[in-house]
Design a protein around this ligand. Sequence first.
Ligand code: NAP
Ligand code: ZN
Length: 346
Amino acid sequence: MLTVNAYAAPSATEPLEATTIERRDLGPRDVLIEIKYAGICHSDIHTVRGDWGPVAYPLVVGHEIVGVVSEVGSEVTLHQVGDRVGVGCMVNSCRECENCLAGLEQYCLKGNTGTYAGVDRDGTITQGGYSSHVVVVEDFVLKVPESIPFDKAAPLLCAGITTYSPLAHWNAGPGKKVAVVGMGGLGHMAVKIAHAMGAEVTVLSQSLSKKDDGLAFGADHYYATSDASTFETLANEFDLIINTVSAVIDLDAYLSLLRLDGTMVNVGAPGQPLPLHVFTLFGNRRSFAGSGIGSIGETQEMLDFCAEHGIAPETELISADQINEAWERVLASDVRYRFVIDTATL
Ligand code: NAP
Ligand code: ZN
């Protein structure tokens, strides 16, 4: 066992605090990663606060991890000591079910192994990236292209792939009108990626306070959802809407913005159910869908796409003692646009 530094939540309500945790000894196919940077995802907060159900404490969260390989198991072939690598939201899957065999291990029928708060193969609870080191089996470790600044690469491992995957699956591209609801961590990446794919991009944010940023990220249009006339102006407008909002919103109002055969994809994950009227779907033969992160193969494709298009998240680098304050700012929609922890400060 390796004892490593970490920042853990002692309970659902107390502030996170410095601690140490144990990482398993390297198995033959495991890679030991010295974590350099870890992004703060809203899912970290949902999980710790119990929004999605009970979890075991103390818990170390964080699933936007980049670092350097510092040791490899005897049978590792995919990575070498010194490589720049990343780890996202999952660290394993069953590898046998229909979805795993199709290369969609995020939809593993037995449940993928989450990077934190998941049950690992040895029965222990996985602990995430607010930590100095992590041990991960080699084929769930991504290669981070040299051209992406290391601290900015971290949020790609969740915010990047979670928006890239539905944009790619629902064919965002030239001639398509795509709306992004909520411009936080996921939302601002959706804007950059949809723009790079060639789509016409509209941001639907609570206010116009981030309009200049949105247009600079590649949005063509920017509207405030607090202004009721937005929903009249944009009725029947979009081919695709990506909803990244972490809270319950009025789905019918947003669904009415879809044109014929348009799809609204929910990636936002509030703890409460999202009600909708089916009649809103009947009009324009609309679809309402969900999407969860992305596969390992697609995550590598997304990293390479971002390198090729010069795309990187907008980040604010913080030290470990600023994590609790950063969480409060995320909850207040006061994030520009992803907090990244310098793990050297843990
Ligand atoms: P975030 O940075 O907090 O962004 C969420 C944005 O939603 C905010 O910046 C805000 O944008 C808007 N918003 C927040 N509260 C709102 C409210 N009450 N009404 C309307 N808009 C509101 O969060 P994130 O890290 O991007 O994560 C977003 C959601 O995606 C979370 O629920 C997270 O758990 C989930 N998620 C899902 C997956 C998946 O696989 N499906 C993966 C990662 C994360 P404006 O200020 O622009 O309005
Ligand atoms: Zn996440």
